[in-house]
Design a protein around this ligand. Structure first.
Ligand code: MGP
Length: 242
C-alpha cells in the first residue's frame, strides 16, 4: 500500500510542480521508478493486490464518507478547454488527503490560468457532467490583494468542508469545489448538483460562508451553471445570495 501512495504522490507532485507541459517527461521517470519498486516488492505485490489495498490493511487510517478526486487545469489556449483538465489522484482517507495536500503546490503558487478542483469520485469538474448540469456554484471572488495568505487558507477550509461533509444531510448535494487562479482576481467555488433545491443550496451557502469566516457584510452569490455557460459577459445573475 505504501508503494501505491508513494506512486500517487509522486504523480501529483510532479504534475503540480512541473505543470502539465513537463508532466509527461516526469511520468516516464516515475514509471521507471515504479517498475523498480514493484520488482523490489516481490511477487505478492501484483496489480490485483494493489488495487484492493485501500480497503485492506489500512485499519489505522481514517476513512472519509466519500472518495474524492483531485483535478488540475493548466490553461493552454492551443487546446480545447477539456483537454487541459487532468485528474491527478483519488483518495478516501484523512491521511491520504494530508499526504496529497502537503505534497502539491499551494494554490497561491500556481501560475495564472491554473485551477485545482476537488470532486466526488465519478463527477467531472465540468458543467456537462450529468451530476453538474442542473446545478450551480457558490462563488467567492477574491481581489488580488487577498491572494496571500487568505487564498490558501480559504481553499484549505473549502477542502475541509467538502471532505468533512460539513453540510449535514445536504452534503449529498455537493459535487465538488474549484479554485481558479486568475490575474484579474482568484475565485473559489463550491459546486452543488441542483440549482432548484433552494433549501439545500441556501443551507450549504450559509454554512460555507460561516466556515470561511466571511463577515456578515460580505455577500456571496449562487449562480446556476446553465447561466454561467451561456453568459454573454462576465456578469452572471445570482440565483441566491447569503
Ligand atoms: P473559467 O475558467 O471558469 O473562468 O471559464 P475564467 O477563466 O475566470 O473566465 P470567465 O469567463 O469566468 O471570466 C473560462 C472559460 O473556460 C469559459 O468561458 C469556458 O469557455 C471554459 N469553461 C469553464 N468551465 C468551468 C467549463 C466547463 O465546465 N465546460 C466547458 N465546456 N467549458 C468550460
Amino acid at each position: 500500500m505504501e508503494w501505491r501512495l508513494r506512486q500517487r504522490l509522486r504523480q501529483a507532485d510532479a504534475r503540480a510542480r512541473l505543470g502539465w507541459a513537463g508532466a509527461e517527461e516526469a511520468e516516464d521517470g516515475i514509471q521507471k521508478e515504479e517498475k523498480e519498486e514493484k520488482a523490489a516488492a516481490g511477487p505478492c505485490m501484483g496489480e490485483e493486490a494493489l488495487s484492493k489495498a485501500p480497503e485492506e490493511g489500512r485499519l489505522d487510517f481514517h476513512p472519509l464518507l466519500s472518495r474524492w478526486a483531485l483535478w488540475f487545469f493548466k490553461n493552454d489556449r492551443s487546446r480545447a478547454w477539456q483537454s487541459n483538465l487532468h485528474r491527478v489522484t483519488k483518495f478516501n482517507t484523512v491521511e491520504d488527503f494530508w499526504a496529497i495536500y502537503n505534497n502539491i503546490q499551494l494554490a497561491s503558487k500556481l501560475s495564472s490560468g491554473c485551477d485545482y478542483a476537488l470532486f466526488k469520485d465519478g463527477i467531472k469538474p465540468m458543467w456537462e457532467d450529468s451530476r453538474n448540469k442542473r446545478g450551480g456554484r457558490w462563488l467567492v471572488s477574491l481581489t488580488r490583494q487577498r491572494r496571500h495568505p487568505e487564498l490558501d487558507h480559504l481553499w484549505l477550509e473549502t477542502l475541509l468542508c467538502l471532505i468533512g461533509e460539513s453540510f449535514g444531510e445536504h452534503s449529498r448535494e455537493v459535487c465538488g469545489a474549484v479554485i481558479n487562479i486568475r490575474a484579474k482576481g482568484d475565485k473559489i467555488a463550491v459546486w452543488t448538483r441542483e440549482a432548484e433545491n433552494q433549501e439545500g443550496v441556501l443551507h450549504i451557502g450559509r454554512v460555507y460562508k460561516e466556515r470561511l469566516g466571511l463577515s456578515t457584510k460580505t455577500i456571496i452569490g449562487y449562480q446556476a451553471h446553465a447561466d454561467t455557460a451561456t453568459k454573454s459577459n462576465s456578469l452572471v445573475k445570482n440565483k441566491f445570495v447569503v
